[in-house]
Design a protein around this ligand. Structure first.
Ligand code: UGA
Length: 431
């Protein structure tokens, strides 16, 4: 098949490369000339394991990038994979997505035959029906469901394992409102995956498909917040939450995943999607109490981490290390990282922060130039009166005699990654 993907960020680039790997000819479209040039040079614009080999294999053959939206008319379907960030009040900013939808509408204005527009971006059901579809209709001068179709096909890709997640999905959700032309195109598109893995394909409405994405992320975020809330209680009782969670996870109804308690969730998705869902619910006069509580618990975890440090040392005027800056291991992405409130809290206490991360220093230095960045975990620890461990990078597990160089070896572990050893004062956040 021929498919185009508008937007070459985390989702769009991974999608384009993986579709090429399924055997399709893919056109990646982006307004940013630099991103397009980089892609055409075979350079991954993001750090994502497994992505570079796919670009090496397909750029110049099955995968091409362009800034020209009109070229989507050479393809049978176009994915919209444009970011949907949050506004200051937490509500969804669909501006970029709607602009891309208008570009796609203009491109298909003069074509004959059916073109399918597939919403890959995470966007609320109402925005699709009352803004996105009308935007395409008015730019194209055509009618949804007649000369073109709009479908919703949410992504469930985690950063750091996005390529693997794409190739081994738990389910594929296609929201088409029963449009047979759309369903036929999806059947061809995902045939290699479905045939190999017997992946369940959920055929549903567009609104439902959009909501499945929000509900999934909200549920996972709330699951982590609930184990963090329980973990905070456990800590007060002197109980090890990890032992509790291991046993809880053996109950099929609970499941073992997303029960790792600690300093909370970050990233480009959970914070933005939970905030957007809360704002959208409030806009229709519903108070989503559980979702709000999940956000509140998450907002409090970094402060609990700092309170544990305060119990052992006065950090004012002292050097304090922060280990881990990315929102999770395996990525250089710092969006929503818990390291940001931890750094801010330390600075508010008058501490001199020295931070280290295997991948994310450049990204953090761009927004926090007032922090000292170390070249290794050992350098960050040297002479510090305390350390907050924010990201569970596997290499941190091997830290041992490096703690000896600390002025006071107070270790507050937000991810249960540090090995306890003689000579350090160790505090686990929820254990
Ligand atoms: C998340 C979802 O897991 C994906 O299914 C979804 O497609 C994606 O958002 C998205 O909407 O695009 P991602 O943000 O990459 O993926 O990261 P996760 O692996 O879900 O982790 C999110 C945060 O939760 C991280 O900060 C992680 O450290 C934290 N977490 C996760 C915990 O604190 N405990 C856990 O047990 C699991």
């Amino acid at each position: 098949m021929n498919a185009s993907v508008v937007g070459s960020g985390y989702v769009g680039t991974t999608l384009a490369a993986c579709l090429a790997d399924l055997g399709h000819d893919v056109l990646a479209v982006d307004v940013d000339r630099d991103v397009v040039d980089r892609l055409n040079d075979g350079d991954a614009p993001i750090h994502e394991p497994g992505l570079q080999p796919l670009l090496d294999a397909y750029v110049g053959s099955r995968l091409e990038a362009t800034t020209e939206h009109d070229r989507i008319t050479d393809t049978e379907l176009t994915f919209l994979a444009v970011g949907t960030p949050a506004k200051d009040d937490g509500s969804l900013d669909a501006g970029g997505l709607l602009a891309a939808a208008r570009d796609v509408g203009s491109a298909i204005a003069d074509t004959d035959g059916y073109h399918l527009v597939v919403v890959k971006s995470t966007v609320l059901p109402d925005v699709i029906e009352s803004e996105l579809v009308p935007a395409i209709e008015s730019a194209a001068g055509k009618t949804d469901g007649e000369e073109f179709g709009v479908a919703v096909n949410p992504e469930f890709l985690r950063e750091g394992t996005a390529v693997d997640d794409f190739m081994n999905p738990d389910r594929i959700v296609v929201g088409t409102d029963g449009d047979h032309r759309a369903l036929d195109l999806f059947a061809d598109l995902y045939e290699p995956l479905v045939a190999e893995w017997e992946v369940p394909v959920v055929e549903t409405g567009r609104r439902e498909a959009a909501m499945i994405k929000y509900a999934s992320n909200a549920f996972l975020a709330a699951k982590v917040s609930l184990i963090n809330d329980i973990g905070n209680v456990c800590k007060e009782f002197g109980v090890d939450t990890y032992e509790v969670a291991d046993a809880m996870g053996l109950d099929d109804r609970i499941g073992a995943k997303f029960l790792a308690s600690g300093v909370g969730w970050g990233g480009s998705c959970f914070p933005k999607d939970t905030a957007a869902l809360v704002a959208a619910a409030r806009a229709v006069d519903y108070n989503p109490a559980m979702l709000q509580a999940a956000i509140d618990v998450n907002d409090r975890q970094p402060e609990r981490m700092l309170a544990l440090l305060d119990d052992h040392v006065d950090v004012a005027g002292e050097r304090v290390a922060v280990l881990g800056l990315s929102f999770k291991p395996g990525t250089d992405d710092i969006r929503g990282s818990r390291a940001i409130p931890v750094i801010e809290g330390l600075q508010a206490r008058g501490a001199e922060v020295v931070a280290y991360d295997p991948l994310a220093i450049e990204a953090m230095a761009a927004v926090r130039p007032d922090v000292e960045y170390a070249e290794s975990a050992a350098d960050a620890l040297a002479d510090a009166v305390g350390v907050c461990v924010v990201t569970d990078w596997p290499a941190f597990e091997d830290l041992d005699c490096e703690f000896d160089a600390m002025a006071e070896p107070v270790v507050v572990d937000g991810r249960r990654i540090i090995q306890r050893r003689e000579g350090i004062t160790y505090e686990g956040l929820t254990w």
